[in-house]
Design a protein around this ligand. Structure first.
Ligand code: XMP
Ligand code: MG
Length: 180
């Protein structure tokens, strides 16, 4: 069933059970690859909080978690272009194995900004896990995206952590902007 948030209609897109399934598989992959290491998961707030929480429940290697808060959307459905760091990484990550956890990679601007910041802190390695990736929107060089939940078309989506004008983050499923 379609839902309305403020002035826009959204249609069901990715059901929660499919998100669970993909998240479980990403967890398995991480468990195999990090068996002998203690990675640091860096969740990118706000959008990644749900994916981060569910992914961490699938990870069974010893690990640490922290968050960074970046904002590039300031309401609406288009990226504003300038990124603000509202909360910086509060731990020493030198020589650590980093896994960045994102809700969505759109143009890649946010991620490339974050990668520069993290690289300057001299970690041993950096990998990226994102629930959603919009390959057709990707314009910034972010290298390889190691773990991808779903590749999606260039549509605006909400739910499962993602918002429209601050609303919809609590939705269990993911919805996309209804244009029909
Ligand atoms: P960039 O363009 O920097 O965008 O890769 C990444 C950030 O922008 C937000 N974003 C979205 N948020 N629905 C949303 O609710 C979308 O379709 C969408 N696309 C991008 C998101 O915060 C992400 O971290
Ligand atoms: Mg985000």
């Amino acid at each position: 069933m379609n839902i309305t948030i403020n002035d826009k209609d959204f249609e069901p897109f990715i059901e929660h059970h499919l998100i669970e399934k993909r998240t479980r598989l990403i967890g398995i992959q991480i468990n195999l690859e990090y068996e002998k290491r203690v990675p640091v998961f860096i969740g990118v707030l706000n959008g990644s909080f749900m994916f981060m929480a569910d992914l961490m429940k699938e990870v069974n290697v010893s690990c640490e978690t922290t968050f960074v808060k970046l904002a590039s959307y300031h309401g609406g459905t288009a990226s504003s272009g300038n990124i603000t760091e509202e909360l910086s990484i509060a731990m020493n990550i030198k020589n650590r194995d980093i896994i960045i956890v994102e809700d969505i990679i759109d143009t890649g601007r946010t991620l490339s900004f974050l990668l520069e910041k993290i690289k300057a802190l001299e970690p041993a390695s950096i990998k990226i896990a994102t629930l959603l990736l919009k390959p057709d929107a990707l314009t910034f060089d972010v290298g390889e995206i190691d773990y991808v939940g779903f590749e999606i078309a260039n549509d605006f989506v909400v739910g499962y952590g993602l918002d429209y004008d601050g609303l919809g983050r609590n939705l269990k499923d993911i919805y996309r902007l209804y244009v029909g």
